[in-house]
Design a protein around this ligand. Sequence first.
Ligand code: FAD
Length: 486
Amino acid sequence: MVKLQTKNAIMWFRQDLRVRDNPALVAASKCNQIFPLYIFDDKNAGDASPGAASKMWLYHSLKDLNNQLEGKLRFLIGDPKILLPKLVIDNNIESIFWNRSYEQWQINRDTSIKTDLTNKGYFVESFNGSLLWEPWQVMKKDGTPYKVFTPFYRKGCLNAKAPRVPLNAPDLIIAQKDKLCGLDKLNELNLLPKTSWDEKVIGNWKVGERAAHSRLDEFLEGGLAGYKNGRNYPIKDNVSRLSTHIHWGEISVNTIWQKCKFHINRKQVNEIDADQFFAELGWREFSYSLLYNFPKLPSKNLQERFDNFVWSKNAIHLNLWKEGKTGYPIVDAGMRQLWQTGYMHNRLRMIVGSFLVKNLLIDWRDGEKWFWETLVDADLASNSAGWQWIAGCGADAAPYFRIFNPVTQGEKFDPDGKFIKKYVPELSSLPGKYLFSPWEAPEEVLNSAGIKLGEDYPVPIVDLKKSREKALAAFAKLKETRSLKI
Ligand SMILES: Cc1cc2nc3c(=O)[nH]c(=O)nc-3n(C[C@H](O)[C@H](O)[C@H](O)COP(=O)(O)OP(=O)(O)OC[C@H]3O[C@@H](n4cnc5c(N)ncnc54)[C@H](O)[C@@H]3O)c2cc1C
């Protein structure tokens, strides 16, 4: 329970960069004075330290939040375990509020800070600001975590207490400014890269809380109807593109959930579309539940029998995949979308992931690392769970024999080739028949499209049929080893 009318409070912003529906901020606003604070923790995160694209987004998001707070956000870089105990003394603070995070290193750090400050007599309170349901709220009857999505979501989440009604933004007149505030302090966090690649990438996005709400409104008006089917087509506008706003907490999932419910009641949107959208939010909850209950999710196969799998160490293949030069147009289009925009459509994440792990036989962790560095929405829970799903070693994962065929996937989900032509423009003049498999085009067709394979566009780096057979044989061997243990 929040102690009312304590003198000074720190509101420690983390992945909740918003003023609306922010439970910790609402609690802090009940004190006499608030010191809004952001600390870039460069000491405790280890491998979970945000990648370049993430840091770039964070910079712009903090700038936006600071504007909303009328320049009163403090910026610090360092170890919160050292910085917070000093700050509370220097500023005569009595209470500290934050919204919870769920990565293991964050849990360890936050627990240590909470214990330390509470023992010293400070009032510390944390809240749920980023999940619809706390991971420990959704467990099987026997108290163990769900490992299969459908029962987790249908039996667990949908039968748990409904997500709360969003909270209004509190009056922040009591927020205080001091020498730690200001854009020069934000710049000291060193979030932007030394080169200028970020300018092009960020040009694709509007960052911050207001942008997140506008994006949601646009999606509800224009994308939700037809979502269930349309979400499979990378060129269509049916997906919400809210993932980065959600990751940094620029909008709460409660707000999305409730606004979507309200919209459905008002507009009579097809329930099938809305249910599918809610289920996707459910996949995010599932990923967090997995990360919380299996903290090694980012680095360790959930299914131990995969530990003995011998992955290919082909650095040339890995680099060609990263650069979008595999010779498979839909794979290359996806990888180039990622590089140019910091985002990749979900269908493509599955196609490029399957190609890396199953056709190139490269370790899913190498793919995960590249996504971590380049995705603006890089999220430890969803990224690790997504890659383990693709590799077949995760919970409720795609079976090993499910290998996405990049040619038929392209034909099915980019039938007009518009997406490929957008990101692989060198193939634009190729007739649709050969757009998904340029190596099958007769010489004269390639000539008249102005393409010399191997020069203007790569020849395929692996043979689809042979690599598929090799993967099936390698993965089948796993079946014979120890059974699933997670
Ligand atoms: C290999 C792989 C890696 C991934 N890495 C990430 C990641 O780092 N960060 C990330 O947010 N998502 C990740 N995803 C999940 C998914 O691809 C993205 O959430 C989605 O593409 C974001 O686009 P959107 O906001 O338009 O999605 P929408 O279709 O509009 O979905 C709405 C929201 O639901 C959530 N969501 C949707 N699908 C999933 C899913 N499969 N798993 C978890 N949450 C989901 C996201 O928060 C998303 O914003 C990954 C998936 C795969 C297969």
